[in-house]
Write a protein that binds this ligand. Sequence first.
Ligand code: 4AD
Ligand code: MG
Length: 463
Amino acid sequence: MERTIIKDIFTHPELLGQEIEVKGWTRTRRGNKYVQFVALNDGSTIRNIQIVLDMARFTDEQLKPVTTGSSLRVRGKLVESMGKGQTCEIQADEIEIYGTADPETYPLQKKGHTLEYLREKAHLRPRTNTFGAVLRVRSTLAFAIHKFFNERGFVYLNTPLITASDCEGAGAMFQVTTLDLNNLPKDENDRVDYSTDFFGKPTALTVSGQLEGELGATALGAIYTFGPTFRAENSNTPRHLSEFWMIEPEVSFLDIDGNMDLAEDFVKYCIGYALENSREDIEWLAEMYDKDLISRLEFVLHNDFVRLTYTEGVKILEESGHKFDFPIYWGADLQSEHERYLVEKHFKKPVILTGYPKEIKAFYMKQNEDGKTVRAMDVLFPKIGEIIGGSEREENLDKLQQRIDELGIPMKDMWWYLDTRRFGTVPHSGFGLGFERLVLFVTGMTNIRDVIPFPRTPGNAEF
Ligand code: 4AD
Ligand code: MG
């Protein structure tokens, strides 16, 4: 008999009255000597199917191994349920136990574990309602992202994970080497001799696919990347991971205004898609963790983002009279508290800030005529702060070269990037969306470690 996925039971009323077979994991078992009830979940939906076991047909001995976490196959008739909390249930004819889960040692035996406890059990937490819901929403969002770009003719470009260039210039990269760290080859100046390393030069895990993305955009017109990125910053915050996923569209013939439109359309599309296609999971998360979640998502969906310059933003912050932990002045890098003040207190809407001082932004951003600011854009969200960072790119070879010199970026490493400006240069723009920050926003979770299956943070790479 073909297995029925539990999610399909609730969307296929024609299954009522039929004999079906389900497979999954026991969430709970309760009952008495006449009848026993098993709540079975197979990961396809937040909902469990109730299995009714008539104890005239099963023995205590037979059901003893059916404890929380055990895995089962059940065959029986799907009938309407008299009990509250479910519409239908399966009257079991046959039950097979695939694997037991000793109640003495199974870490998810109890209900209602804290998120902190579950982080320690990251290998098993996908079996909980919370992580099942979060991971399904995450998957829906990933699909929405591909759908959005595919519908608009963007080419999905895979950029390398191992690279010799530091895109963001922050210097926080994980080195990749096959050299014997206990016996490093040295040159005449007693520095490590990388000519014998795997790639013949120092390499690291990428912090962004943007530079290679620009190579794609200046050939294919519009591309996007969607892959893991790595940052070795020692940031222990609820919004930073050492390994996170980023989506980076890059578009030729697009200026900063078009870039803002694209970013706004893009996040709204993803949020709308998740609300439509992951409704049950989002409702469940809202109920459990964040009663305002759905209204917040709908608010973002139906309101224009506020657009203003960094200079205007700093003025608002300076005049706010609010006491910030980090001082605010023109030229300061905005901290999360500043971003959230603008979004949550002042405008009460998502904000797109543009025209940042060039000193606090990356070398590739297009310089404004004022000589001080660049065409950067950060999209700031309630509860999250920065969710997107991007810019129009400096397409003028001389200006770009000058900025590279000012910052002392080794030119010989950048020759291939500069070729985009040397040959058929065009105005172009792009941005990066932190995938986990989007998942945080849509699920209403508050710690980024809880929206990625296996979080990598400083000191943590167990699972
Ligand atoms: O602002 P960032 O550093 O921009 C770039 O990397 C550009 N190359 C993007 C581009 O223009 N193509 O990072 C982009 C986004 C941030 O807005 C944030 O959402 C996310 O990536 N992000 C992180 N997410 C989780 N953990 C971290 N450590 C993150 N660092 C950045
Ligand atoms: Mg940024």
